[in-house]
Design a protein around this ligand. Structure first.
Ligand code: TNX
Length: 512
């Protein structure tokens, strides 16, 4: 590698680069530290990508960067080519155990006129750093400096680490079904903003969306409906694995949710034995909540849940299983407690940690469980008293399905309206009194789908707000500032347009 750099130095043409400022770049989320050196690296066809070869995942991260540079600039950069004699500049993705970046997702970027060196402990860290590189490649080339087209990248140093380890979005594929292709597009965009969790809400009253081989009617019957009477749909286990693998390639962990004991009408329509009231429920396509429950005292119900958790866990490499637990309004409190405690044990039996909506804290559960705070602060405080970690998804701030304002085409407003500034201006670290940084696993923005049924509608609610949640979860408090953020957000327009994302063009933002 040193020889290669020396050889480049020799061949380098003398170019007077314009003055640059790395601190003025449009990074979202904002990196921890940026130190500009005010010159430029010229990305052109004579640039090569080189990675640590023996460090797991590094060559693949190099290939990913090459693919994305091709998409952005049309340049085709070789990755780890054996013949690099014509190379003039290098992007080197290097495995390093430096202590400058303390977490597995941390990285350091060192950009000079000749090279971009990305150091990371793990491929995951390298992948996050690659997003930063993607964000500083200008939209257009400057071809006046040399005979080939060149994209000028400001020089300097970046040292970066995530503020929270869990940075997520949830997609409700139960109220309306979204295809594998839709989910992959959502993953593409989330990854660009360093999100690392996609929680899929796979079952609710209106539909069951994941094949369970030992209980086939769940998808045959329960998969055939959705809100408003549309056709519904479901993922076969292969399709789900395809999503999981695609997410993994983007260092995103899939969190599967089967919501229970409430929100289970679709399961009970498929197998009426589950609800224990002797009646066969009807398919439900409305949007009411809180009317269904499993029979919490029946062994068959736990045998069913054991099969569901076993089959899903076997195809879910991530550490979490989300068991729902919200709005079980027709389950008696003592039955709810009994139920959640039993489900927690089943989830643990299959090697996963249970996540549940904040209501689960009333049950006798292990401290490895995680409470997702959405509405009830008392529940969240109780969770912390019990030693559980919290995921923050406050409805008033982080619900992607809340309308922007009274004119919004889609969405609900039971938790209020969430314009783009309101969604950004809050401090997860101090949102609930008594819940401090060390109690918080991270932030997740849920997108419920009662009012959206296709990608365009999904994008209208998710973007641009989801981009703000990426900064709230990745960047430290000192680096978050609305006035500064809103300029960087406006400058995301070219990327979003190129991705064909139909974002809501909020008037609060000066879109580029
Ligand atoms: C409340 S948030 C729900 C969902 C709805 C959502 C609509 C939560 C845990 N439960 O069932 O879809 O409101 O905003």
């Amino acid at each position: 590698f040193t020889a290669l750099v020396a050889c480049q130095q020799e061949k380098k043409k003398v170019i007077n680069f314009p003055t640059t400022d790395l601190t003025a770049e449009n990074f979202v989320p904002k990196p921890l530290k940026i130190i500009p050196t005010n010159s430029a690296f010229g990305l052109d066809k004579n640039t090569i990508i080189y990675t640590s070869q023996n460090a797991t995942g590094f060559p693949e991260v190099g290939e990913f960067l090459s693919e994305k540079i091709k998409w952005q600039t049309d340049l085709e950069l070789a990755v780890n080519a054996s013949d690099n004699t014509s190379a003039e500049r290098i992007i080197f993705i290097n495995q390093s155990d430096s202590t400058a970046f303390s977490s597995k997702e941390g990285y350091a970027l060192h950009i000079t006129q000749d090279s971009i060196i990305l150091n990371a402990k793990t491929a995951e860290g390298a992948f996050r750093g690659v997003q930063t590189i993607r964000q500083i490649i200008p939209e257009t080339s400057n071809d006046t400096l040399s005979e080939t087209k060149m994209w000028l990248i400001p020089t300097g140093k970046i040292i970066d680490n995530p503020n929270f380890e869990y940075r997520g979005s949830m997609l409700d594929v139960a109220r309306h079904f979204f295809s594998v292709e839709d989910v992959k597009k959502y993953i593409d965009i989330l990854a660009y903003y360093k999100i690392n969790i996609l929680h899929l809400h796979l079952a609710d009253d209106q539909g069951w969306r994941i094949e369970i081989k030992s209980w086939p009617k769940l998808t045959e019957i329960g998969g055939s409906s959705e809100v408003g009477g549309g056709p519904g749909g479901f993922y076969t286990q292969e399709e789900y694995q395809d999503i999981v693998a695609y997410a993994a390639k983007h260092f995103i962990t899939i969190v599967p949710e089967i919501d229970m004991p409430g929100h289970t009408n679709a399961a009970s329509v498929s197998y009426p034995i589950l609800n224990g009231n002797g009646k066969t429920p009807k398919i439900y396509t409305g949007t009411e909540v809180g009317f269904s429950t499993f029979d919490t005292r029946k062994d068959t119900v736990y045998a069913f849940i054991d099969d569901v958790v076993r089959e899903i866990s076997a195809i879910t490499p991530g550490p979490y299983f989300h068991a729902g637990g919200d709005e079980s309004h027709v389950t008696k409190k003592k039955d709810f407690i009994h139920f959640v405690s039993k489900v927690d044990k089943i989830v643990k039996k299959y090697g996963k940690k249970m996540i549940g909506w904040d209501e689960i804290v009333h049950a006798d559960i292990d401290t490895s469980a995680i409470a997702q705070f959405w509405a009830n602060e008392e529940n969240a405080k109780l969770a912390v008293e019990k030693g559980l970690k919290i995921i923050l998804s406050p409805g008033k701030k982080a619900y992607l399905d809340m309308q922007y304002d009274t004119l919004s085409k889609h969405g609900l407003h039971w938790a209020g309206y969430i314009p783009v500034d309101t969604g950004y201006i809050w401090t997860p670290e101090r949102y609930v009194k008594g819940i401090n940084k060390e109690n918080i696993l991270g932030v997740e923005a849920p997108l419920w789908s009662e009012t959206i049924s296709n990608m365009e509608e999904l994008e209208y609610l998710a973007f641009p707000r989801m981009i703000g949640y990426s900064e709230l979860s990745w960047s430290v408090e000192e680096n978050r500032n609305w006035e500064n953020y809103k300029v960087r957000l406006g400058n995301q327009a070219p990327y979003l347009d190129k991705m064909n994302v139909k974002y809501y063009p909020s008037e609060l933002i000066d879109w580029k």
